[in-house]
Design a protein around this ligand. Structure first.
Ligand SMILES: Nc1ncnc2c1ncn2[C@@H]1O[C@H](COP(=O)(O)OP(=O)(O)OP(=O)(O)O)[C@@H](O)[C@H]1O
Ligand SMILES: [Mn+2]
Length: 475
């Protein structure tokens, strides 16, 4: 019970631990940390800017829905017929799944349309809407991360696609997670001579990005949680993937290692190693399968050239944004300010690797942007990368709600580094070491000040900077 409501930390820490009391969930009365005052994180999430009235969601604002009995008769227009087909397809998939459940280890699924019967990952899928991936106040969010952090791992295979090693983990009631392993010590800074496209991915960056995105009020990154796994019993002995299992070896000091098969860093020279077989990893909740919820991938207009020598157009042309503003889908609705939100997130965590973003096809152009793949963030704390802010600097547009939240986060009562530290302390890996070192946390405050300065510079030279998403009528 408590395990679920105070997030995963609670379950494995003894009652005498005082660090626990600071991390009460919104469902419990606020427990004040001894001698340290109140929780800034709770104060932030209680602020009106994090509790804005939201437009009432219509039926087609949900990504998926459970087929109910009353749905059977409503096939009046084409749209609904198409959805009907989708639902039938999903029902078929469910049946196929259920027959697969005869396999060892999988629970017999007895899910009905009653959400009480659904496992946390399914409730997460059913909660995805047109405007956000999850509702921050939904208690299921803590249950999803708790689930990923504690459930038995049933199977492991390598996930194809992308360039670096990733594993797909399966759990007893059909949940899945995307695993990225720890490859470097927490506070190793990326070598200054390494290009961003050669940088290792970091498991703690995936975790921290989820927390940061949520603190910014975006809710556009699937829940990610840290976990310690046993490489022998939770990968090597159970994987059905030969390409993976044959890359295991024991290092000269006796640690268990593997390297898998992929384009970058999958070799004996770049092993993933445990101590001696315990490995820190990040686990990201999987989005609904592409067959149920197809996604569209968009090339970022501010994509880097991914070449040592070439510059991208946006780096050469100061009026680049004028072109973007006239090009669909950036010429309408919130798409341009959504890309600018994404640039702000990326600048704060110094992620230069946002070559693409994705959306759910079902919602067309009127929807939020998914911020997937954040493994190359938080590589350096001692330097900022101004070019990541090019969309904001060149377009001088920003959502009103984003600007107001950034201003709030720069206020000492809600300081970004403080709420980030508090939020990350809820992750189970906090017991091993803080998810982000103090220099990374201070870098967040420094970069936030830079973002606000860029907005002020814009205000000195341009009109029409604010995209007012807080007024009725604007979305
Ligand atoms: N939580 C998720 N659920 C479902 N699919 C995901 C999730 N996260 C990532 N993916 C998919 O997996 C693909 C590869 O993941 P990711 O981008 O993290 O790997 P990568 O090796 O860094 O790829 P690249 O080298 O192309 O940047 C993504 O493009 C995305 O479509
Ligand atoms: Mn990547």
């Amino acid at each position: 019970f408590l395990c679920l409501s105070v997030l995963q930390t609670a379950c494995s820490v003894s009652h005498s631990s005082s660090s626990l009391s600071a991390f009460s969930s919104h469902k419990l009365p606020t427990v004040v940390q001894k001698g340290k005052g109140h929780s800034k994180l709770e104060a932030l999430f209680n602020h009106p800017l994090y509790n804005l009235p939201r437009p009432e969601l219509q039926e087609d604002d949900w990504l998926l829905r459970v087929k109910g009995d009353e749905d059977d008769s409503d096939t009046e227009n084409e749209e609904e017929e198409r959805e009907e087909e989708d639902r039938e397809e999903s029902a078929t998939n469910d049946r196929e799944w259920r027959s697969a459940s005869e396999e060892d280890g999988y629970d017999k699924a007895a899910w009905t349309s009653d959400s009480e019967t659904h496992p946390p990952w399914l409730r997460f899928h059913l909660g995805i809407s047109r405007w956000e991936l999850y509702d921050r106040k939904d208690p299921n969010l803590a249950e999803v991360t708790h689930y990923l952090a504690t459930q038995r791992i049933l199977n492991v295979v390598q996930k194809t696609g992308g360039t670096q090693l990733k594993l797909l983990m399966s759990f007893p009631n059909y949940g899945q997670a995307l695993l990225k392993p720890m490859r470097q010590s927490r506070d190793a800074e990326t070598d200054v001579n390494l290009f961003y496209f050669s940088d290792f991915e970091r498991h703690n960056a995936e975790i921290a990005a989820f927390h940061l995105d949520r603190l910014l009020g975006f809710n556009r990154i699937p829940p990610v949680v840290g976990r310690l796994i046993n490489m022998s019993t939770e990968i090597k002995e159970i994987t059905t993937d030969r390409r993976l299992s044959r890359t295991f070896f024991t290092s000269p000091v006796g640690n268990m290692c593997f390297y898998g098969q992929c384009e970058y860093y999958c070799s004996t020279e770049h092993p993933v190693c445990g101590r001696p077989h315990v490995l820190e990893v990040s686990l990201a909740t999987m989005l609904p399968d592409l067959s149920l919820a197809p996604r569209r991938s968009w090339r970022s207009p501010w994509r880097r050239s991914y070449s040592r020598t070439k510059q991208a157009q946006w780096e050469k042309d100061p009026a680049y944004c004028d072109t973007v503003k006239q090009t669909p889908p950036y010429n309408q609705g919130s798409r341009l300010v959504d890309v600018i939100d994404m640039a702000i997130l990326d600048f704060l965590m110094s992620n230069m690797d946002r070559h693409h973003y994705e959306t759910f096809e079902k919602f067309g152009n009127e929807t939020f942007l998914l911020h997937l793949d954040n493994g190359r963030a938080f590589g350096r704390h001692s330097r900022d990368e101004p070019s990541i802010l090019a969309p904001l600097r060149q377009c001088c547009r920003i959502r009103r709600s984003t600007l107001l939240r950034l201003q709030l986060l720069s206020h000492p009562d809600f300081r970004l580094s403080d709420v980030m530290r508090e939020s990350l302390a809820r992750d189970p890996l906090k017991r091993v070491a803080p998810l982000l070192s103090e220099p990374h946390l201070s870098a967040l405050d420094r970069r936030l000040a830079t973002v606000l300065q860029v907005v002020r510079d814009c205000q000195d030279h341009h009109d029409d900077i604010i995209y007012n998403d807080l007024e009725a009528g604007a979305s």
